[in-house]
Design a protein around this ligand. Structure first.
Ligand SMILES: [Zn+2]
Length: 117
């Protein structure tokens, strides 16, 4: 379960004379005593506590992600609303332009008829 020690060296799992499992650092030390001696069950409990903390952090991050998704959804629907009103405005302008064009054509036609008669 334990992969390495803080010093950067590997950790080895050994058994003590009374059959308990023990993690020791394989790093070279001046006095021949390993940097680290941790009972396997203590290491497991420690690791589980760290995993629990990591899980709590992930849970918090997930809450933020969900909130962000909600905001993004809201923004997307606002953008859709803006697009829709832009489409309606464009359609209105196109219609007004057609009316104006028809009026201009009609005015020219009336002018031409008046001129010819
Ligand atoms: Zn070490």
């Amino acid at each position: 379960m334990m992969r390495g020690h803080r010093c950067g060296c590997d950790v080895a799992l050994r058994s003590t004379h009374n059959g308990k499992k023990l993690y020791v650092c394989t790093g070279n030390t001046m006095d021949g005593e390993p940097h680290l001696r941790t009972l396997w069950d203590e290491a497991v409990v420690e690791e589980l506590a760290e995993l629990k903390d990591d899980l709590a952090d992930l849970d918090t991050q997930l809450v933020y992600i969900i909130q962000d998704c909600g905001r993004i959804d809201k923004l997307a629907s606002e953008i859709e609303g803006l697009k829709e009103s832009a489409r309606k405005r464009d359609a209105k302008y196109a219609f007004e332009f057609k009316i104006a064009l028809a009026c201009a054509v009609l005015a020219s036609f009336l002018g031409l008829t008046a001129f010819l008669s």
